[in-house]
Design a protein around this ligand. Structure first.
Ligand code: TUI
Length: 318
């Protein structure tokens, strides 16, 4: 494949194509991350709420499955966050992404080890702060994304962050195809992060029923629950989502809502209970209609983007 879309962030992260796989709790394991890295992107293992021993063993597996760089996503709401940061440093993981919070207090230790730090941000203010504290790049995630989300759309947020910071911006939220990839570059991003697309690939070991839901879902099949608890999460509209919405409408106590959400992601991703579990998915799930290999996803995106670029140039260029 050509290096038409090679951007400086590729050199920063040691990858061929500026395509990063989202760190999805209960979904992004060593097998998926290694497949993405082997295909020329950056694979990411999700620490999520997992225990440190599991994360360490996935890091070791990834090192066996690929000799290319990969990352670990640290979910900052995890009760194990301190131990996970320690083991990432011990294991010399090349790239750290963070989500659902501010990783400022760990930044110095990562930087001392020359670990590249790429926080996921959902606002200009946090992006600026992360860059001040030493972030090597930022993943700017719009509310179209699956899982824990902010308020702003990718379309509105990415160019605002691009103008506000001096480090490479990676766009996330609503991207699964060549159209989205090229649009992200047009907005000033140097690359993309995709979760939903990579969750529905052959190498991803999420429960087959999860993938079935993705393939069937249409444009209006996701909802954001938990805005009232301060933990907004985009999931597929199912029995759990409806129950959540009902309780939120009744202004149910936060504890009751949190109890409903407890273990729900595992229930869906691991056990395949896609009605009572939390099937996190981005809005772009409506475009997912097959289960290709990771390499096919990357190849498709680059080919589509090239074709669109050529046709735009033919139509409007010169
Ligand atoms: O982190 C994500 N997405 C996630 S994490 C996750 S695990 C989970 N499991 C059960 C319940 C809830 C979560 C599932 N999906 N994306 C990155 C992301 N981070 N998007 C938005 C943010 C964000 C939001 C607010 C980052 C920082 C922030 O505020 C921090 C501050 O201090 O201002």
């Amino acid at each position: 494949m050509s290096d038409l879309f090679k951007t400086p962030v590729c050199d920063l992260l040691g990858i061929e194509y500026p395509i990063i796989q989202g760190g999805m709790a209960w979904v992004s394991d060593a097998q998926l991350a290694a497949a993405v890295s082997n295909a020329g992107g950056l694979g990411i293992i999700a620490a999520g709420h997992s225990e440190p021993d599991y994360v360490r063993s996935e890091i070791k597996k990834a090192k066996e499955l690929t000799d290319r760089p990969f990352g670990v996503n640290v979910m900052l709401m995890s009760q194990y966050v301190d131990e996970i940061v320690d083991l990432i440093i011990e294991e010399d993981v090349p790239v750290v992404a963070t989500g659902a919070g501010n990783p400022g207090r760990y930044m110095r230790r990562f930087k001392e080890k020359n670990i590249k730090v790429v926080p996921v941000v959902a606002s200009v203010a946090l992006a600026k702060r992360m860059v001040r504290e030493g972030a090597d790049a930022v993943i700017v995630e719009g509310t179209e994304a699956g899982g824990h989300v902010g308020e702003l759309t990718t379309m509105a947020l990415v160019p605002q962050v691009v103008r506000a910071v001096s480090v490479p911006v990676i766009a996330a939220g609503g991207i699964a195809t060549g159209e989205g990839f090229l649009a992200a570059l047009a907005l000033g991003a140097q690359g993309v992060q995709m979760g939903t697309r990579f969750a529905c690939t052959k190498e991803c070991r999420v429960h087959p029923k999860w993938k079935e839901v993705y393939i069937k879902a249409g444009d209006r099949d996701t909802v954001v629950t938990g805005r009232s608890t301060g933990h907004p999460v985009r999931i597929i509209r199912n029995k759990l989502a409806r129950e959540f919405q009902k309780l939120e409408k009744q202004c149910a106590p936060v504890e009751e809502l949190e109890k409903l959400g407890e273990g729900a992601l595992r229930k869906a991703a691991n056990d395949g209970d896609v009605e009572r579990g939390s099937v996190m998915a981005g809005q772009i799930v409506g475009l997912i209609d097959d289960e290709p290999t990771v390499a096919e996803v990357i190849e498709r995106i680059l080919n589509e983007a090239k074709e669109i670029l050529n046709s735009l140039c033919a139509k409007y260029g010169g």
